[in-house]
Every structure is written in structure tokens, then in C-alpha cells.
Design a protein. Structure first.
Length: 193
């Protein structure tokens, strides 16, 4: 008499193994979902002037392409549907500890992003140069923008801009309050849509 061979079972595991696997999956999911919530809250924080989800540029062939973030983006966040952020404009403070705290927080939440601090320019060139040099040493991964009153359309503003581009280190740029106000207003209108 011939007996039938036992049916082959492919996936055999105990209840304990199933519970451990579900716990590990839940911890992984909880960590990344919490990170996503913190990222979304940080985008609308008062210290954020503007953030760039997507940056586009025209390549040599004349085709518009999306520029990837400057640093690698977490594939786990991408799987869960989170969008990468290319960069932030953060309102800078005159307190070193406050700016360092902001830089650490945003670099932790958005490791793929570039951080740019925006400072109101002082009346004296020496103050601005000291600030730029100090922050270049303190936060070497970040860039800085000094904001002067006025608009870039004014001839005196263009002269001031040229002078500062010669004086400031490579990490710093010059902008004008009226121009930034227009850009921030346009960004906020876009966010409301």
C-alpha cells in the first residue's frame, strides 16, 4: 500500500515569531510616521521664511528638469509618500545658540536639505563681516543671506550688492527686503492653494 507524501508547507512559523515580526514592523512604521509629522510641523514653523519642495532648472539641451535634493533622501520616507525638500530659508537670530539649535533641528529633520539663514544686515560693514565669518565657522554646512532695506532695482542697492559680494566669504549672499517680501508672499499664496 502506497501512502501519500505529506503536503509541503512553505511558510511555517510560530505565533511568537509572528508577534515579534509585527512588533518590529510597528516600531519601524511608528518611527517614520512620527518623523513625517515632525517634518510637516517644521515646514510651517515661524522661523521658516520659505522652503523649496522642488527646484527646476533648464539643462543644456533646453529641457526643464527637476533638480534632486543636495543630499540623499531617506527611501523609507519616500515609500511612505513623504516629499523631499531641497532647501530652507530660516530667519536667523543674533544669538549663536539659537541659530545652532535651529540648524541642528532642521538638519536632523531634513538631512537632504540645504539650510540658508537670513539675517537683517547691520549698518556697519564690519558687523556683517564678523557675523558671516563667525557663522561660517560655527555652521559650515549652511549658507547665509544678509538682507538690506530697499529693492534690487535701485542703483544704490546694486552698488551695495557689488561691494558685499567682494567683501563676504563664499558662504554669504546679499538680498533686499522688498524682493524677499515679494517672494515670501508668493510662496505663502502658493501654500494656501
Amino acid at each position: 500500500m502506497r501512502s501519500n507524501p505529506p503536503a509541503r508547507r512553505w511558510f511555517r512559523f510560530s505565533l511568537r515569531t509572528l508577534l515579534v515580526a509585527i512588533t518590529v514592523l510597528g516600531l519601524w512604521l511608528g518611527y517614520y510616521v512620527n518623523w513625517m509629522h515632525e517634518r510637516r510641523a517644521a515646514r510651517i514653523a515661524p522661523e521658516v521664511l520659505v522652503f523649496a519642495d522642488r527646484v527646476v532648472e533648464m539643462n543644456r539641451a533646453g529641457k526643464v528638469v527637476v533638480v534632486p535634493p543636495p543630499h540623499p533622501f531617506s527611501s523609507s520616507l519616500a515609500i511612505l509618500g513623504e516629499q523631499s525638500v531641497n532647501g530652507f530659508l530660516l530667519r536667523g537670530s543674533r544669538k549663536d545658540s539659537e541659530n545652532q539649535r535651529l540648524a541642528e533641528r532642521y538638519q536632523k529633520l531634513f538631512p537632504e536639505s540645504e539650510l540658508i539663514f537670513v539675517f537683517d544686515a547691520a549698518a556697519q560693514d564690519s558687523e556683517n563681516l564678523d557675523l558671516a565669518n563667525r557663522y561660517h565657522k560655527l555652521l559650515p554646512e549652511s549658507q547665509f543671506i544678509f538682507v538690506f532695506k530697499g529693492s534690487s532695482n535701485d542703483p544704490a542697492s546694486r552698488e551695495l550688492e557689488d561691494r558685499y559680494y567682494r567683501l563676504l566669504p563664499e558662504c554669504a549672499e546679499v538680498a533686499f527686503a522688498d524682493d524677499i517680501a515679494e517672494q515670501v508672499a508668493a510662496h505663502r499664496r502658493e501654500m494656501r492653494r
